[in-house]
Design a protein around this ligand. Structure first.
Ligand SMILES: C[C@H](O)CC(=O)SCCNC(=O)CCNC(=O)[C@H](O)C(C)(C)COP(=O)(O)OP(=O)(O)OC[C@H]1O[C@@H](n2cnc3c(N)ncnc32)[C@H](O)[C@@H]1OP(=O)(O)O
Length: 743
């Protein structure tokens, strides 16, 4: 989190240009100190006779990462007095900066995000470097731009582009910013300050236009067209983010500015921002922002002063779906990769999969053909271990077979150099067992990717008591470099994500056997915000995987596994899920899922085997009841994972649930959401169901203790938050694709 002590400085050059620098490491966020200081410094610059024009810039190659997000929590808790609405947008940016008699130019390098870009848009011109990132990502935090961005951006780039930038939260880089009119020139970092100084003087001398963003109208679409654009944006937003209100508020605020002028728009923005700041969505998303960054802070590991060693070359064992996905993720981040298979046929299919993964990016316009060739050239195939002699890391991704993995790790010990990290992508097998026959337990670690590994954002880093801190640090670094969110977890069946979410399907099966409708369950869960319900997910990952993984849980946690025969019965009927186009749903050629009337007979059979009868109450459950009966067992398991120390901190489980399972980020993650309902309530509901439907629902001791004290489940919550609706693609059991598409 950024330090709240920030400041600005003023330096006046011989040319009469005053350079105002925003200083608040690491990203020059706009804390209240910075904002108050900016106002004072600006007033001083306007007063000083030796200042003819002003350049605003950020220290150390970063303009500003926006308003200080750590202040959100403080305002929400009432720990700081926020300035009155409109203080920044109207008082500072509109009435002081934009209305000044001295021209100002923003010199932007690194980033100008959120409030940072809004400060820049308050100036009369903007010069940026080609690599600078400019954007308004406020919606990812549950708020809207609050320093005038909703008014200035549409006037600089047009309503359609402004909406796109705000609703997707995606920044643009220098060249694009120039093309759309957000900046006035793009120059190299070396030339930035001098160009900005010259530009400011040119404005003063009438050689360059003196533009006030808030009053510009030439880029605004005509009113009729503007209304159509806004209408379309509203419809899209309702479709893509039905549970979220703030994107609609953002559109409303933009409209006020267009219809009634930017002054009215600025007031509306200030008022709306204030309200959204206190919303549950904002609290949840701020929590996610800090929790996501907190996953790489592991007590006893990352605080030892160790530095990550350089990993250049990685070997992957197994070119199947997982291995090829991992290889893709690594080469896309410039790692040299050796992909090893047992024979040439398998090797060629593995390489073909990697190629296909990259080609799909080329097709979508996300990768150039030239980059494709370059990336693919980093991949080499191998059929033996000879080329492993200089690798820095190996990731084993072969089938889940203990003796095969034991043999592989013994071989690796012989061929790989002593510093080499020995990682396994296992999702079920105990790492201690895998490394049993080696003397290298300190460098054995789990690197549990979620399929497809080049798309899914989560990486579970599994440590055993013997794994060295250095190896964990190294893998955390690789994880970050391949753009994953790495979460360090302990060694247990299912690790954090699969273990927490095992009861998700189990609870659903229990309900269905007692009379709840399959499709009503999926609908209620999707409405809650999951990318799909438990039955659609089962179809997606396939019954084979579901049964195999289920077996591991029955073996390890028999007392709380609900043993339903429904999926095995359906499998006997040659249903395996989406791949066979028949599972809980039937699928047409376009992979569209439709309810299957035949399902009833399997449910009845499963019910007979379990010896349960239909409970009339469960046939009439409300959506809220369904959500609670499915998710409270997940909360219960998350409590166990936390109490057993499998997760270092509760917020890691929140991030694991969001990134690994698609739990709605605007609910803050599984335990954050649970605490919003209260441990007492959750515990009492579980107790009630446990009495009616058995031990599956029994609250664990951690949950019961917290409830008895009336205490939250999370002991030390990290202050803190993101948006996204998700589109799921697929993978092994509860692992699936969760494309973070910022709303
Ligand atoms: C009123 C206004 O309209 C409202 C706003 O401006 S809301 C804020 C809008 N700005 C944003 O959403 C940007 C948020 N930040 C980011 O996206 C990314 O941090 C970034 C692109 C700036 C940098 O990314 P990256 O280089 O990967 O570094 P990252 O680890 O994320 O951040 C570095 C540190 O800066 C902190 N930080 C980043 N942006 C911050 C911000 N706006 N406020 C406070 N702290 C911030 C992070 O918490 C992290 O702290 P840590 O080292 O203690 O964990």
């Amino acid at each position: 989190m950024s330090s709240s002590k920030g400041r600005t400085t003023l330096e006046v050059g011989a040319d009469g240009v005053g350079i105002i620098t925003l200083i608040n490491p690491p990203v020059n966020s706009l804390s209240f100190d910075v904002l108050y200081s900016l106002k004072e410094t600006y007033e001083l610059a306007l007063k000083k006779d030796d200042v003819k024009a002003i350049v605003v810039t950020g220290a150390k190659g970063k303009f500003s990462g926006g308003f200080d997000i750590s202040a959100f929590g403080k305002i929400q808790e009432g720990n700081v007095q926020a300035p009155k609405p409109g203080f920044v947008s109207l008082e500072i940016l509109s009435d002081l900066v934009a209305a000044a008699k001295k021209p100002s130019v923003a010199a932007i390098d690194g980033l100008a995000l959120g409030g940072g870009l809004e400060v820049a848009m308050g100036c009369h011109a903007r010069i940026s470097t080609p690599t600078a990132q400019l954007g308004l990502p406020e919606l990812t935090l549950g708020v809207i731009p609050g320093f005038g961005g909703t008014q200035a951006l549409p006037r600089l780039v047009g309503i359609a582009k402004a909406l796109e930038m705000m609703l997707t939260s995606k920044p643009v880089k220098g060249e694009e910013a120039l093309n759309i009119g957000l900046v006035d020139a793009v120059v190299s970092p070396d030339e930035l300050l001098n160009t900005a100084r010259r530009w400011a003087l040119d404005i003063l001398e009438g050689k360059k236009p003196w533009v006030i963003s808030y009053y510009k109208t030439d880029k605004l679409e005509p009113l009729g067209e503007a209304r159509e654009i806004l209408k379309f944006a509203r419809a899209q937003t309702r479709k893509r983010a039905p549970n979220l209100n703030h994107p609609l508020v953002c559109i409303d605020v933009i409209e006020v500015g267009i219809v009634s002028g930017s002054r009215a728009g600025l007031w509306k923005e200030a008022e709306a921002f204030q309200g959204l700041l206190l919303s549950d969505t904002c609290r949840s998303l701020v929590h996610v922002f800090f929790s996501q960054r907190g996953t790489t802070k592991v007590p006893g590991v990352t605080d030892l002063g160790l530095k990550p060693r350089q990993v250049k070359k990685v070997a992957i064992l197994g070119g199947g779906l997982m291995g090829s996905g991992i290889a893709t993720a690594l080469i896309m981040s410039n790692y040299s990769v050796i992909l090893k298979e047992v024979n040439d046929k398998f090797l060629q299919s593995g390489i073909a999969r990697v190629k296909a993964n990259l080609q799909s990016r080329v097709k979508k316009g996300q990768m150039s053909q030239e980059k494709f060739e370059k990336t693919l050239s980093l991949l080499k195939g191998a059929l033996d271990y000879e080329s492993f002699r200089d690798v820095d890391m190996v990731i084993e991704a072969v089938i889940e077979n203990v003796s095969l993995k034991q043999q592989i790790f013994s071989d690796l010990e012989k061929y790989c150099p002593p510093h080499c990290i020995l990682a396994s992508n296992t999702s079920t097998i105990d790492l201690n067992l895998i490394g049993e026959k080696t003397k290298s337990q300190d460098r054995i670690i789990g690197a549990h990717f979620f399929s497809p590994a080049h798309v899914m954002p989560l990486l579970e880093i599994v440590r055993t008591p013997k794994t060295s801190a250095q190896v964990i640090i190294d893998l955390l670094d690789v994880g970050k470099k391949i753009k994953k969110t790495p979460v360090v977890v302990g060694n247990c069946t299912g690790f954090a994500v699969n273990r927490m979410f095992f009861p998700y399907t189990q609870a659903a099966l229990l309900l269905v056997e007692r009379g709840t409708d399959v499709y009503q369950i999926d609908k209620a869960i999707t409405k809650f915000g999951m990318p799909m319900g438990p039955f659609r997910l089962c179809d997606l990952v396939g019954f084979g995987v579901a049964i195999a993984t289920g077996g591991q849980f029955v073996l390890n946690f028999p007392e709380r596994t609900y043993k339903s025969m429904l999926i095995p019965l359906m499998q006997e009927d040659k249903r395996a899920g989406e791949t066979t186009r028949r599972g809980f749903y039937v699928y047409d050629e376009k992979r569209r899922a439709n309810p299957d009337p035949e399902l009833k007979k399997f449910i009845e059979k499963a019910r007979d085997i379990s010896g349960v009868t239909v409970d009339p109450k469960l046939t009439k459950l409300s959506d809220k009841d369904i959500v609670e009966m499915i998710f409270f067992p997940v909360v219960n398991e998350a409590c166990r994972v936390l109490a057993e120390g499998i997760a270092v901190k509760a917020s890691d489980l929140d991030i694991s649930a969001i990134m690994g399972m698609g739990f709605p980020p605007y609910r803050g993650g599984i335990l954050f959401w649970a605490d919003s309902l209260g441990s007492k309530y959750i515990c009492s509901r579980l107790e009630q169901w446990s009495n009616l439907y058995g031990g599956f629902f029994k609250p664990c001791s951690y949950l019961a203790e917290r409830a008895a004290k009336g205490a939250p489940l999370v002991r030390n919550s990290i202050p803190g938050f993101y948006i996204n609706t998700s589109s799921l693609v697929a993978s092994s059991y509860v692992e699936f694709v969760f494309c973070l598409c910022r709303v």
